[in-house]
Every structure is written in C-alpha cells, then in structure tokens.
Design a protein around this ligand. Structure first.
Ligand SMILES: Nc1nc2c(ncn2[C@@H]2O[C@H](COP(=O)(O)OP(=O)(O)O)[C@@H](O)[C@H]2O)c(=O)[nH]1
Ligand SMILES: [Mg+2]
Length: 309
C-alpha cells in the first residue's frame, strides 16, 4: 500500500526531496544561505510563499530548541513541522449510521476528477458493506451521466439519472427519495464542473444544495470539493471560491501521481484547515487513499539516498 503511494508521489518527491538532498549534502553546517535556499525550494514545490515562511519560522524554533547544527538533522525537523501542519487535516469522512441516507455532494471545476473519485469512493463504501446510490447531477452533457453509469455498473450500485439538460436539482430530489425507499446508506451526488467565478453556475450549485436540504434535513451531510493537485496554488483560489457559495466540509485531492506540485497539499492544509478526506493517486478504481499525514510526509521524504543509508 505504502509503496504505491510512494511511487505515485515520485515527481513531487524528485522536485522536493531531490532538491533537499543536493542542498543539504552530507556533513554540511546549517547557515543562512542554506535556509534561504530551503525556503525557495518549498515555494518552488508549490507550498506557497505564506506557508513557506511559516514553515521556516517553525523550523528556526526547532533548530534553536534542539541546537541543530548539521543539515542532515533538518530532515526530521522539517518532517516534524510538516506533520504539525498536515495532521489536523487528517480527518477521515465518518458516515454515522444515524444519518440515513448520508448525502455527499461532490463539487469542483471541470476535469478535476469528480466522477472518477465518486467511482473510487463508491467502491470503498461498497467494500465496507454500505449500500450506495449515485445521482447524476451533471446534466449538462449526455456523456457525463454515461460516465457515472459505468462507475455504477462497475460497483453494482443504482444510478439515478435524467435526460441531458434536465434540472440537476430535480435529479437530486429523485435520488434522495429513491434512497429513502431503498433504504440506501449513502447518496453521492455528482455535479457538473464549474468555475468558482461563474455566477450562474454557482447559483445552480446553491440550488442543488438547497433542494437536498429541503428533501432531507441535514443534507448534504458532506460537501466534498475535488481539487486537481496539478494546478498548484490555483487550488487555493478554487477552494475559496467554492467555499463562499456552498460550505465545503471536506477535500479530495486528485492526480497526485504525475504532478510535481503535490506540495500544494501543505499550503491547502495550512491556509484552510479543512479536512482532507481522500487523495487520488491514479485513474484506477483502487487509486484512492484515505489521507494520512504521516504516510504522506514519509512518501515525500523517502528518497533513495535515505534508503541507501
Ligand atoms: N492520473 C490520475 N488521473 C485522474 C485522477 N482522478 C481523475 N483522473 C482523470 O482525470 C480525468 C477527468 O476526470 P473526471 O472524473 O471525468 O473529472 P470531472 O470532470 O471532475 O468529473 C479523467 O481522465 C480521469 O481518469 C487521479 O487521481 N490520477
Ligand atoms: Mg464528471
């Protein structure tokens, strides 16, 4: 399990840990120039200016506290700082049996990986013995509900869909009703991709949210924002935009495989403190992990140089 995560983070690790190992070297003493270069490396790894400064401050505290002088000792110190930022966001999605059906509304821009993540999350829930119903709330394109239906078949779960162009809120209404009569445990609502800056489309999202709440008090129980980690710092802007309109309660960060910008998770954790529920590390049905801060940091640092030691 860990080796898959490690492999999928290889590009981020190469850019980040690779840079660290050439910067730190062996037997080098810590000086201001090395610390400045480290800060630059963090910024390059999409950790962002604000969070990088914060990390450097915390690192400085540890250097003084532990009287660190050798660069090699910066590895565990940096791990400690990053864990301090990431661990509060390690809050897995809890589905209490008292909220039945538990409604998850999935939002994000086009191509972020919403539908694919829904397929993977469904697989996980089905494996846990939960009954899941999917709602094809992306009614803009015929292909969108077809894609969700394929994931439905793969997971052998029911999909509620209407014709393209139908009102997404009506689909959600039907889905919650159907889930109640089938006694489903979980309803997952797929929605059309939209830019957080598009007023009309964000209004539609608010409407879907409102209809779900009217149909079932407390719903949606989770508003999951799917973010493509490959867009780096832009993810923060998307998050803020969506959060203004529908209260985001959890995050799913996709495509950590194949990007060197995985450091953005650290910025997101620091800036938003929102629960990171899942990370996507590939296109396959099993390529989803519950976010674990320690595993993530280990995978980020676990470079071949340290392996050789
Ligand atoms: N490599 C990789 N590709 C992903 C991941 N998640 C989604 N994708 C791909 O991203 C593309 C867009 O995904 P989709 O679920 O259709 O995005 P949506 O528009 O937000 O519903 C598809 O080709 C997916 O296979 C991931 O974690 N890793
Ligand atoms: Mg989709």
């Amino acid at each position: 399990m860990f080796s898959r995560l490690r492999a999928s983070l290889s590009r981020t690790r190469q850019s980040f840990a690779g840079g660290l190992s050439s910067l730190f070297g062996t037997g080098k003493k810590i000086d201001q120039q090395i610390l400045d270069e480290l800060e630059e490396l963090l910024i390059l790894a999409d950790v962002g200016v604000e969070t990088s400064m914060k990390i450097m401050d915390a690192l400085g505290d540890i250097i003084r506290r532990d009287r660190i002088t050798e660069t090699e000792a910066l590895y565990p110190a940096l791990e400690e700082v990053l864990l301090g930022i990431l661990q509060p966001c390690e809050v897995p999605l809890d589905i209490p049996s008292t909220s039945k059906p538990f409604v998850i509304m999935v939002v994000g821009v086009n191509g972020a990986g919403k539908t694919t993540s829904i397929g993977k999350i469904t697989s996980r829930l089905v494996q846990q013995g939960k009954s899941v119903l999917l709602a094809a709330g992306d009614t803009f394109r015929a292909a969108a509900s077809e894609q969700l239906k394929i994931w439905g078949e793969r997971n052998q779960v029911h999909v509620i869909a209407q014709q393209p162009g139908a009102d997404a809120a009506a689909v959600v209404h039907d889905a919650i009703e159907s889930a109640a009569s089938r006694e489903s445990d979980v309803v997952i609502i797929d929605t059309a991709g939209r830019q957080h800056t598009s007023g009309d489309l964000m209004q539609e999202l608010e409407k879907i949210h409102r209809i779900a709440a009217r149909k079932l008090p407390g719903a949606p129980h989770e508003v999951l924002l799917v973010l493509d980690a490959g867009i780096g710092q832009n993810a923060i802007h998307q998050l803020e935009g969506f959060n203004k309109r529908v209260n985001i309660s959890g995050l799913c960060l996709t495509k950590l495989d194949g990007t060197a910008k995985g450091g953005v998770i650290i910025a997101i954790a620091d800036r938003t403190k929102l629960p990171i529920r899942f990370i996507g590390i590939g296109e396959g049905i099993d390529d989803l992990r519950i976010f674990n801060a320690r595993d993530f940091v280990s995978a980020l640092f676990d470079n071949d140089i340290q392996h050789a030691n």
